[in-house]
Design a protein around this ligand. Structure first.
Ligand code: ADP
Ligand code: ADP
Length: 225
């Protein structure tokens, strides 16, 4: 079945702003879905509801057939603004969810170190976020999300604050991980080039008010399955 099922989900904010009209979206295992649309079309609102950080006004969101209620480690989040814990090192940030789960320290390290290497941060384990560039902070956020082995990665303009060159590097890195580890990804962006380059499906939204206008499978130049 689908990893994620969004059915009839709408969101109206207090004051009457319709952020999202009734929306349906089914995400299959290994999909890399990019959600493309202008500012204000409801992309973040949709993603936040899947993350359990906001609640639909109506409709249903299910992960593996179970209703989403609040945030959980089964959904790995990466936001545009680096949401690392500033008082924790790279290694401690990546271990955070594993520690919450109650894993013994050695097991946390056995899981964290390969992901840190995978995102290219070997040697930076004991650095604090403020000692890292923006790109390196997003590498850390990605490693932290992956370390929890989420069912789906939820990414909201994750590379939006990076310079052009770093952004392209991070896109290649994420695609490589997606291809190698068979991850399911829901990726929000307002950058049309990024949406078409990254997505195996591009879901296009429009504002006034937010809704999905089309859903396009994208043949990619990358080796895929
Ligand atoms: P996008 O991510 O596509 O830029 P958003 O989901 O952030 O769009 O916002 C969709 C619409 O909902 C916008 O009109 C925005 O101003 C409004 N909105 C978002 N969050 C809130 C909120 N917490 N309260 C009121 N209006 C909101
Ligand atoms: P994005 O475009 O990336 O969604 P925004 O700047 O629109 O970012 O939103 C940042 C935060 O502010 C989000 O938590 C969003 O829900 C909230 N927000 C956006 N628009 C409004 C609004 N009109 N009233 C209250 N909160 C809002």
């Amino acid at each position: 079945g689908d990893v994620l099922s969004i059915r009839g989900v709408a969101r109206t904010f207090a004051g009457g702003t319709v952020a999202l009209q009734a929306t349906d979206l089914a995400v299959a295992e290994n999909d890399f879905i990019t959600i493309l649309g202008p500012s204000g079309c409801g992309k973040s609102t949709l993603l936040r509801m899947v993350a359990g950080l906001d609640t639909p006004t109506s409709g249903a969101i299910e992960l593996d057939g179970r209703p989403v209620a609040g945030p959980g480690a089964d959904r790995g989040m990466v936001f545009q603004s680096y949401t690392l814990f500033p008082w924790l090192t790279v290694l401690q940030n990546v271990c955070f969810g594993l520690r919450e789960k109650g894993l013994p320290l050695q097991q946390q390290l056995d899981i964290a170190h390969p992901f840190i290497a995978r995102v290219g941060l070997k040697g930076f384990e004991h650095h604090y976020p403020k000692q890292l560039s923006g790109g390196m902070q997003q590498r850390t956020a990605l490693a932290r999300a992956l370390a929890n082995d989420p069912r789906i990665l939820l990414m909201d303009e994750p590379f939006g604050a990076l310079d052009h060159q770093t952004r392209e590097l991070m896109q290649e890195l994420l695609l490589g991980i997606w291809e190698a580890e068979r991850k399911t990804v829901l990726f929000v962006t307002h950058d049309i080039d990024e949406a078409i380059f990254m997505g195996s499906r591009v879901v296009v939204m429009s504002a006034r008010p937010g809704r999905i206008k089309c859903d396009i499978p994208v043949p990619l130049p990358h080796p895929r399955h």
